[in-house]
Design a protein around this ligand. Structure first.
Ligand code: C5P
Length: 238
């Protein structure tokens, strides 16, 4: 199974997510389940997707005190998904405890990768400076978060394509760069700020693409998905 592209199931219900998969023949493709679907359907949605042979990135972006995140991760480990994430802004201890929770919660020994969100791809330099009042520019902050996520047990980060190359240089080639904000040339940008094409993602060292509205809102989602594969350069055409 090719797991370097996850299709975002950003739908309000399982019925709608399943309808999308069936209508556009996305059976068995790796998928990302985020807050919208998970908060409605709960852990059962993960079981249903696994029964249908989908690899899963559980995008819940945990951000709480270390003990709470640790206990949540113990439960998440039992779902046996490929990857789950936390906000790097939760700090080094929270990341360490998240990792411990994933390791100790697994019953079968299944290893769920821990990924840290650096700076959301919907934010830009302006927002970091004027809203969050973080010192330094966005690029430096993303690199800093990636570095300490790496040092505290995360296996990779969510970042934009624009930062992927610098992160690989800083954290090593096996440290994963998971990149949302992917847009085909003719797609709407929506609320994202740091977007990139699949071609640029390939050139700039992304390991894993997260595909959302560029596919789900396309006039022909399957054609858009295949166009991403063509540009991205590796993957399975189905
Ligand atoms: O539709 P679009 O391509 O913008 O979707 C991006 C998906 O990736 C959404 O599900 C969003 O929640 C998620 N995501 C993101 N930025 C992050 C982490 C996840 O956009 N840093």
């Amino acid at each position: 199974m090719n797991t370097n592209m996850y299709l975002s199931l950003d739908f309000p219900t399982w019925e709608e997510a399943k309808g999308f998969i069936d209508t556009h023949e996305f059976h068995g493709v790796p998928v990302k389940v985020g807050m919208e679907l998970f908060y409605r359907e709960g852990p059962q949605v993960i079981e249903k997707l696994k029964e249908n042979n989908h690899a899963i990135f559980l995008d819940l972006k945990l951000h709480d005190i270390p003990t709470t995140v640790n206990k949540a991760m113990k439960n998440i480990a039992k779902l046996e998904v490929d990857m789950v994430n936390v906000h790097a802004l939760g700090g080094s201890e929270m990341i360490q405890r998240a990792k411990e929770g994933l390791l100790s919660g697994s019953i079968s020994g299944h290893k769920t990768k821990l990924i840290a969100v650096t700076v959301l791809t919907s934010m830009d330099d302006e927002a970091l400076k004027n809203e969050l009042r973080l010192p330094r520019n966005l690029h430096d902050n993303v690199l800093h978060f990636a570095d300490f996520a790496n040092q505290n047990g995360a296996e990779g980060v969510v970042c934009s394509v624009h930062e992927a190359k610098a992160i690989k240089e800083l954290c090593g080639s096996s440290f994963l760069t998971v990149t949302p904000g992917i847009r085909l040339d003719d797609s709407d940008v929506n609320d994202q700020k740091r977007i990139a094409t699949p071609t640029f993602a390939r050139e700039n060292g992304s390991d894993i693409l997260v595909l959302g509205r560029t596919v789900t809102k396309a006039a022909n989602p399957k054609a858009a998905y295949n166009k991403v594969i063509e540009e991205w350069g590796y993957g399975i055409k189905s």
